[in-house]
Design a binder for this molecule. Structure first.
Ligand code: ADP
Ligand code: ASP
Ligand code: MG
Length: 425
């Protein structure tokens, strides 16, 4: 009988079967939703599960991360966080009781003591992810791996990709299923640093890229990427596939369903990102990859609370604006136009009154996104202009974004009109 020898490259076999699943705060908010998560992960084998802190359970509820920011503030003001931390304890005790988890009690006491002992803000606000990962690990009977040993920042606060990749591979390969808290990592001096809000998406993407995972599944509370923000528009059209660039621009301009900084690691490693619904796991979801959407406009985002600055050649204002978050330059002639996150209103008033030639106003930006816009930019522009008469600006970036600046007072109404007009393009 003839013998067959099959050479198996261990890295290749892991690459073929490993995946990363990230469950957002919407999926971790209640005992019932955590049971749904556990049911999903039960069906996986080689898989890293990244989790966010519990989010809101109902309208008007508080996210655990918001509570923790408040605990830090309370500690700074009163020297103790206890009044606010009580609510954090109550939420985790409720979940533990409903799920039969026993290990959180001593951790909650330790954390309260650490906050009252003056721990850093990064430590404090990352505890929601830490605790919920501990809880899920015990409930699902799988290993907990702290993000401190995996996600590394350099001295300037930027991600240290090389070290992160190497730690993730050493610690997570071959582990089967494990749970990792999202949102934070560690600086070279050992201090915890968090990403910006919604940043567990970035943790998931970094781990997926480090492991050359087969897929990065991002589990949330919607069936996929909608053409428009489902909270503001009646549209229920799901974009089944879109390109990395389309997704990056949509999220940068307001579709916060996936953090825009989670795109780059996935692009680098060519990992498809799937948006899936924890509460409807059978739905196909949306796939983000190199393959763009078929539609001319694949989605429309809205970003509010922005500030439109107009200024001449003032060096001060240029430096000041460069230090603000979300700077979007607009094409200009002699004047300079820039959009930033809304600065403090008093700060703006002071700048305008002391620096000549500077004006600023509150603005909202509606962005139509699609790689195919370039084929019919004029038509899309015309459709938008038919909806909006008093716009502040309309800029096409020559590629996949058409930006419309509008007065914040009627921004949502205009957004709905534009969405309705462009949905079936
Ligand atoms: P998670 O807690 O899972 O990270 P997020 O609240 O951060 O969830 O993101 C999911 C939410 O994003 C949805 O509930 C939805 O309201 C909102 N969202 C905004 N724009 C879009 C869009 N274009 N498509 C889908 N969801 C969107
Ligand atoms: N819990 C963090 C936040 O509320 C991170 C996340 O949800 O991804 O921003
Ligand atoms: Mg999110």
């Amino acid at each position: 009988m003839q013998a067959f020898f099959v050479a198996i490259n261990p890295n290749l076999s892991y690459k073929l079967c490993m995946k990363v699943m990230k469950f957002g705060g919407t999926s971790m908010a209640t005992a019932q939703s955590i049971k749904a998560v556990a049911n999903i992960i039960k069906k996986t084998e080689e898989c890293v599960i990244v989790v966010s802190a519990p989010g809101k359970r109902f309208d008007g509820d508080e996210k655990i991360t918001d509570l923790l920011y408040d605990c830090y503030k309370t500690y700074l003001e009163l020297g103790r966080c206890d009044v606010r931390f009580k609510e954090v304890i109550r939420r985790f005790e409720e979940l533990s009781l409903a799920l039969g988890v026993n290990s959180l009690g001593p951790l909650l006491t330790d954390i309260k003591n650490e906050i009252n002992g003056g721990k850093s803000i990064g430590y404090v606000v990352s505890r929601g992810e830490f605790l919920i990962a501990k809880l899920l690990a015990e409930y699902a009977g799988v290993e907990f791996v702290d993000a401190i040993g995996l996600i590394k920042f350099d001295g300037s606060g930027k991600i240290d990709y090389e070290t992160t990749r190497s730690r993730v591979n050493k610690r997570l390969r071959g582990l089967g299923v494990c749970i990792v808290p999202g949102f934070y990592g560690v600086l070279p001096n050992g201090i915890i640093r968090t990403f910006s809000r919604g940043g567990s998406d970035i943790t998931g993407s970094l781990i997926a890229a480090s492991l050359d995972a087969e897929v990065y599944e991002n589990w949330t509370d919607v069936d996929g990427i909608y053409f428009a923000n489902p909270l503001l528009s009646k549209s229920n059209k799901i974009i089944s596939k879109l390109s990395y660039e389309e997704m990056r621009l949509l999220s940068l301009m307001g579709a916060y369903v996936l953090h825009h900084d989670s795109i780059a690691p996935a692009v680098q490693a060519s990992i498809p990102v799937k948006i899936k619904n924890t509460f409807n796991p059978c739905s196909d979801g949306s796939v983000i990859s190199n393959i763009g959407a078929n539609e001319t406009v694949c989605g429309i985002a809205i970003k509010e609370n922005l500030c439109l600055w107009e200024y001449g050649d003032s060096e001060f204002i240029r430096d000041y604006l460069a230090s603000r978050q979300f700077v979007m330059p607009l094409p200009s002639g002699q004047r300079q136009f820039v959009i930033t996150e809304m600065a403090n209103a008093e700060e703006i008033d002071e700048i305008i009154s002391t620096k000549s030639g500077v004006s600023a106003k509150k603005i909202s930006v509606i962005t139509a996104v699609g790689e195919n816009i370039k084929k019919s930019a004029c038509l899309v522009t015309k459709r938008i202009l038919d909806c909006v008469s008093d716009l502040e600006f309309l800029v096409y970036d020559g590629a996949l974004g058409l930006y419309v600046g509008v007065n914040p007072d009627n921004a949502v109404e205009l957004y709905q009109k534009i969405c309705a007009s462009l949905e079936f393009n």
